[in-house]
Every structure is written in structure tokens, then in C-alpha cells.
Ligand binder design. Structure first.
Ligand SMILES: Nc1ncnc2c1ncn2[C@@H]1O[C@H](COP(=O)(O)OP(=O)(O)OP(=O)(O)O)[C@@H](O)[C@H]1O
Ligand SMILES: [Mg+2]
Length: 240
């Protein structure tokens, strides 16, 4: 018979959560497992912070994660996450989390030849979640057909138990391609920065979350605060 702990773990691990209840509500309760998510936005809009929270929320819920990063070294990512009060050292030591820095100057540039083998490896090793922050470099070196084929392949990894988060700068895609990718993905989160009066606020637009418990299409404004991470601020207050 399952212990209560097993049951709780099973329950909470069915979704990928941010570990922040308020934010989870805005994304319809969380992102389903075995899914493909696109997180895109302009520079500095919070893509990495949002992704780091999702990794943290997943680890806390008993899942395992691999982070493929073109933006950080192992040490700088650990420090960055610590600055948001997301301490991942124990998970690294327990091998529930792996961080794989990608040096884009040294590795193969192609999505299919460079990135896909790494993702396949994540699935083979039984990881629950793979995050690529970011795919921008690869996408800007690929044809539209290659990008679409890559996303199709990522989707298939769901059948092997792996959820994939692709983080990208919006400028990497034509609007037409973005629409096609958005419809292929299970979840599509768009980030941007808006100036409201004298303030600069970050905006998260939840374009889509498949199987969400609550309605999506939400627009959330937020700030990033030291030792806290994403702090949702009411849209009306942000505009005030
Ligand atoms: N510990 C922290 N305390 C306060 N602000 C932080 C902290 N960590 C990150 N930020 C801020 O959060 C904002 C979003 O950063 P983030 O790295 O998520 O953006 P991004 O969309 O990934 O940008 P890029 O396109 O450059 O990768 C930045 O303004 C950054 O300075
Ligand atoms: Mg980033």
C-alpha cells in the first residue's frame, strides 16, 4: 500500500508548478507533465527567472530536472538561483538536478544534431523535466523547417515521460512561425516589458496551457524581487 507521503508526492507531481501559489493560479494551476512548453519574450523580461522558479517548483514536488543553459555556468546558475531564495545545492548533490552548461562556440549549432541528442539523453536517463535556456542561438542558425521539426521531436519526448521547456527570445521567430509553434506546444507563455508612466513592469501573458484547471488567457504583471523571485502585482496597481 502507498504511504501518505507517496500519495502526496504523486498528487503534487502531476503538474509542473512554480512553487508560488499566486503565480500558479495565473497559469491555470500549473503545466501538465509530459508536455512541451514555449516561454518567449524580449531580453530582460523574466524568462530565466520564471523558468528557474518552475525548476525549483518541480524539484520541490519530487520531480527530477535537467537544465541545459547557454547563459550560465554551473556556479553562476547556482548563485543566480540562490539570489532568488531558490537553493538547489541539495538537489544537485542528490542528482535530482543536473545542470549542463552549453558553450555554443564549441558545440554543434544545429537543433537536430546539437540539441536533440542532449534531450534524448535526458529522456533515456529518466528525467522528468528538461529546460533549455535558451534555444535562441540555435533557432537563429536554423531554417523554419528545422525549427518546426525540432518542436515536433520535443513533443514526442513526452511519450517517453519527459517534459520540455524551450526558452527563446521572441525576435528569433517570425510572427507566422510563432503562431505555428504556439499551436504545437501544450503551453505557451509570452513575456514582455511595458512602461507604465514612470514605471517599467514585466508582463506575463498566458496564451495557452493545455488541460489547465482554471481559465488561461490571463495577463499578469510582476516584479522580480531579491530573495523572493517573481512577485505578482495587480495589473490595475501596475497601471496606477
Ligand atoms: N535576485 C534578483 N534580485 C532582483 N532582480 C533580479 C534577480 N535575479 C534576476 N533579477 C532581474 O529579473 C529580471 C529578469 O531577468 P531574466 O534573467 O529572467 O530575464 P530574461 O528574460 O531571461 O533575459 P535575457 O533575454 O537577457 O536572458 C532582470 O531585470 C534581472 O535583473
Ligand atoms: Mg535569460
Amino acid at each position: 500500500m502507498d504511504t501518505l507521503e507517496d500519495t502526496l508526492k504523486e498528487k503534487s507531481s502531476r503538474i509542473i508548478s512554480t512553487g508560488n501559489d499566486e503565480l500558479d493560479k495565473k497559469i491555470g494551476g500549473g503545466i501538465p507533465l509530459r508536455s512541451l512548453t514555449l516561454i518567449e519574450g524580449q531580453p530582460d523580461s523574466g524568462k530565466s527567472v520564471l523558468t528557474q522558479q518552475m525548476v525549483w517548483g518541480s524539484l520541490k514536488n519530487g520531480l527530477s530536472a535537467m537544465v541545459l543553459t547557454t547563459e550560465n555556468t554551473l556556479k553562476s546558475l547556482v548563485t543566480q538561483m540562490q539570489s532568488l531564495n531558490l537553493d538547489i545545492l541539495d538537489y544537485l548533490l542528490l542528482s535530482r538536478l543536473r545542470i549542463y552548461p552549453i558553450d555554443t562556440k564549441k558545440t554543434r549549432r544545429s537543433l537536430t544534431g546539437g540539441l536533440m541528442p542532449l534531450l534524448n539523453d535526458c529522456a533515456t536517463r529518466g528525467f522528468d523535466l528538461a529546460v533549455i535556456d535558451s534555444i535562441t542561438y540555435y533557432v537563429t542558425h536554423a531554417s523554419v523547417e528545422e525549427v518546426l521539426a525540432f518542436f515536433e521531436d520535443c513533443k514526442m519526448l513526452g511519450d517517453r515521460g519527459l517534459s520540455v521547456f524551450c526558452v527563446a527570445h521572441s525576435y528569433a521567430f517570425d510572427e507566422n512561425v510563432m503562431v505555428r509553434l504556439g499551436s504545437m506546444c501544450d503551453a505557451h507563455l509570452r513575456l514582455r516589458i511595458e512602461t507604465m508612466g514612470s514605471k517599467i513592469v514585466k508582463i506575463l501573458e498566458v496564451s495557452k496551457v493545455r488541460g489547465a484547471e482554471m481559465t488561461t488567457g490571463n495577463i499578469v504583471s510582476f516584479d522580480v524581487e531579491p530573495n523572493w523571485g517573481i512577485k505578482v502585482i495587480p495589473y490595475s496597481k501596475a497601471r496606477a
